[in-house]
Ligand binder design. Structure first.
Ligand code: PMP
Length: 398
């Protein structure tokens, strides 16, 4: 009799690995082999964490702040986040509504696990961030997609949302600014969507991890601030990774109605306990030294905006590609449908033939597009555009 192992769990078998991390890993492996790869795959600022945040973390470390802290996070940081949310119009927020988690990814996952039961449906607008459907499946829920194309600025409409709601719908996930499209809903557009969800008593997970990264004078808005009822149904997930170039620190935030925040802290107490103590003291510097924080963000934003312009103009100058002018995050999501090939084939060939790493749109539930991150050096953008232009010329048979 063969000594076969038991199969992996249904959870492990049903979960797809992150395609964005896979593209990044492949690009890094090619680079390690000495290949001159232009990487547009990673959703990671290429700046270092601002010095004043690193200093605060190092100080906490040298002062011995290296022990367990309360599961939802250190009190001064939770209080500071509550005060910041109140200043931005959130209602009735105290530290009881705030949980620090090990990354924005974990914040979203905990929000889903705290509210979604087996058989519940969760509405996810596509193109979506790759992890949402997998998180919903891990909770035993069923993802239901609504597709928004570039012709509508990658935004779903209230009519589309209304048509997707069933008696089983438990949650709607909104991401503005969006990964992968960079689209930012206006306040009016978001209010109309939130009104439909509120009317049907559906929870809203508002992923606001890119809320500070907007351009062309547009501002992000926060669904939790829209009405008293909205504040009872919205769970806001965010984190420090993208705004302050802190991807490796693993620090996410959740702001939620108190019963949900408590449930999330309970779940976290059994899964991971507190997130890293001295990292939290580093993050506290953002609120204790707001002028430095604002200056650091402004400097990064200026740089991202210049690159966005360069990449957007360069992509639209390539015959066969059309690119929506996104106003947030650090992604562009150009349309490549005219080449008549799948996004996976396009991305694989582009990497093989021109050493340019992009993520196929199908990974985000939208065929016919590719995602490029412009959180990368100007020189990479310049060189990458030349290569993409040459690749597309070959595809057109010129
Ligand atoms: N939400 C979105 C939309 C994201 O793009 C990401 C990172 N790619 C996250 C959440 C998670 O960020 P982190 O876990 O690094 O804080």
């Amino acid at each position: 009799m063969s000594n076969t192992c038991s199969p992996l769990s249904v959870w492990a078998r049903n979960i797809a690995p992150s395609p964005t991390l896979a593209v990044d890993a492949k690009a890094k492996a090619l680079k390690a082999e000495g290949k001159d790869v232009c990487g547009f795959g990673a959703g990671e600022p290429d700046f270092d964490t601002p010095q004043f945040i690193k200093d605060a973390c190092a100080k906490a470390l040298s002062e011995g702040k290296t022990k367990y802290v309360p599961t939802p996070g250190i009190l001064p940081l939770r209080k500071a986040i509550a005060a910041d949310c109140t200043a931005r119009g959130f209602r009735n927020i105290t530290e009881a509504n705030v949980v620090l988690s090990p990354g924005g990814k974990m914040s979203c996952y905990l929000a889903v696990v705290a509210t979604v039961s087996p058989g519940d449906e969760v509405i996810i607008p596509a193109p979506y961030w790759v992890s949402y459907p997998e998180m919903v499946k891990l909770a035993g829920g069923e993802p239901k997609f609504i597709l928004a194309e570039d012709t509508n600025g990658f935004k779903i409409t209230p009519e589309q949302l209304r048509a997707a709601i069933t008696p089983k719908t438990k949650m709607l996930i909104l991401t503005s600014p969006s990964n992968p499209t960079g689209a930012v809903y206006s306040r009016e557009e978001l209010e109309a969507l939130v009104a439909v969800a509120v009317e049907h008593n559906i929870y809203i997970l508002s992923d606001e991890i890119y809320s500070f990264l907007t351009y062309d004078g547009v501002a992000s808005s926060h669904p939790a601030t829209f009405s008293e009822r909205a504040s009872e149904l919205v769970i806001t997930a965010s984190g420090f990774a993208k705004t302050y170039a802190m991807t490796g620190w693993r620090l996410g935030t959740i702001v939620a109605p108190a019963t949900i925040a408590k449930a999330i802290a309970n779940l976290q107490s059994q899964m991971s306990s507190n997130c890293t103590s001295f990292a939290q003291f580093g993050a506290l510097a953002v609120y204790e030294q707001p002028e430095k924080a604002r200056a650091a963000v402004a400097e990064m934003l200026e740089c991202f905006d210049r690159r966005r312009q360069m990449l957007w103009e360069g992509l639209n100058a390539i015959p066969g590609i059309s690119c929506y002018r996104s106003q947030g995050a650090f992604y562009l999501f150009p349309n490549i449908k005219s080449f008549g090939m799948s996004s996976s084939e396009f991305a694989a060939k582009l990497l093989e033939e021109e050493l340019v790493a992009v993520v196929p749109g199908i990974a985000f539930g939208a065929e016919g597009y590719i995602r490029l991150s412009y959180a990368t050096a100007d020189e990479t953008i310049r060189k990458g555009l030349e290569r993409i232009a040459r690749f597309c010329k070959k595809l057109r048979g010129e």
